[in-house]
Design a protein around this ligand. Structure first.
Ligand SMILES: C[C@](O)(CO)[C@H](O)COP(=O)(O)OP(=O)(O)OC[C@H]1O[C@@H](n2ccc(N)nc2=O)[C@H](O)[C@@H]1O
Ligand SMILES: Nc1ncnc2c1ncn2[C@@H]1O[C@H](COP(=O)(O)OP(=O)(O)OP(=O)(O)O)[C@@H](O)[C@H]1O
Length: 300
């Protein structure tokens, strides 16, 4: 028997970042939107597992050892339920790697849901969310999808209402950025400054609820953007190219280096994508809309 789960990427429409906490993490006001770029995680019984394989354009950058979040998810579920993680996990990867779109987190959430179905564990939603939070700050959102406000280090979620579909263009970069390195750069840039508690923007939540792309474009923000630009200055050229091509807004996605451009409709998304492709300022361009559903079993 094989179980396949489909899991979306995310863009952060607001990423408010507070000062570093004593544990090194940062309190966030993290407004997540799941978008329709997906990894598919397939699990099959395999004695002596867990073992992981990966296919897709970025597969060579995905670790195939015990650090893979999908492997860690299978091990965590097995340990809680007193069984051995005898499983082969195959990842069909379409989410850019190390791009700030929660690709590894998606695979963690996907493997967890898939193993739960394969093993008949019957874990509750709350137990799955607890395991997700142990795996990483973005992993709970990969499980639930849609739109949500993440507080704490991003793992405490409140579902948000969305009144329509938002159309995005994503430009991937020639190299990745490490999430911890971007947070460290945020801390360096913040030295000596008084960093306020991050708060979700009421205007932004209203724009999501209304499904209003112009209002959302006026409200998007990312406190990690200056840090990502400091480590990867060429991203400024990509942002300028997307904005001058007619995007309503352009911002770095999460910790970057993927840049995200909000457009009014699918036609203008196609136009912005075409301009970005010919701009020479990025590696590849993808079009996707959100909200998209969270991790979903698509075959069992
Ligand atoms: C940038 C975002 O993608 C926005 O959604 C997330 O905040 C990062 O989530 P993630 O990749 O799941 O991150 P984790 O695996 O939990 O943490 C990786 C590293 O990022 C930093 N980190 C992450 C989340 C957070 N609230 N504060 C942090 O300072 C820490 O250095 C941590 O060691
Ligand atoms: N299943 C996985 N897929 C991709 N990367 C993984 C996976 N498991 C662990 N990793 C590691 O995580 C690193 C970050 O990859 P990922 O694609 O999750 O980045 P990201 O999208 O920037 O994450 P986030 O947006 O959550 O900060 C990779 O360089 C890789 O070493």
């Amino acid at each position: 028997m094989a179980v396949t789960v489909r899991v979306p990427a995310k863009v952060n429409v607001q990423l408010g970042v507070g000062a570093a906490r004593p544990d090194g993490f940062h309190d966030l006001a993290n407004v997540f939107l799941a978008v329709g770029l997906y990894d598919e995680v397939t699990v099959t019984a395999s004695p002596g597992g867990p073992k992981v394989t990966c296919e897709g354009p970025d597969a060579a950058q995905v670790p195939l050892d015990g650090t893979n979040l999908a492997v860690r998810a299978a091990e965590a579920l097995a340990a809680r339920h007193g069984r051995t993680p005898d499983v082969h996990i195959h990842i069909a990867k379409d989410i850019p790697v190390a791009g700030g779109m929660a690709g590894g987190s998606a695979d963690g959430a996907g493997a967890l849901l898939a193993c739960d179905a394969l093993w008949g564990t019957g874990a509750s939603r709350d137990e799955l969310l607890d395991i997700c939070a142990e795996l990483g700050s973005d992993v709970p959102f990969s499980l639930v999808g849609g739109a949500a406000l993440g507080t704490g280090r991003g793992e405490k979620l409140r579902a948000l209402e969305t009144g329509g579909t938002f159309h995005w263009v994503f430009a991937t970069a020639s190299r990745g950025l490490s999430t911890p390195a971007v947070f460290r750069e945020f801390d360096r840039l913040a030295e000596g400054l008084d960093i306020p508690e991050p708060v979700a923007s009421e205007d932004l939540l209203g724009a999501l609820a209304e499904g209003d792309p112009d209002a959302l474009a006026a409200a998007v923000s990312n406190d990690l953007q200056p840090a990502a630009l400091s480590l990867f200055p060429e991203l400024a050229d990509t942002l300028a190219a997307g904005r001058s091509a007619g995007a309503l807004a352009g911002l770095v996605s999460g910790s970057g280096p993927t840049t995200a451009f909000l457009t009014r409709d699918p036609e203008s998304a196609a136009k912005v994508a075409e301009s970005l492709r010919s701009s020479g300022t990025c590696r590849a361009v993808r079009v996707a809309s959100g909200p998209a559903p969270g991790a979903t079993v698509i075959s069992a």
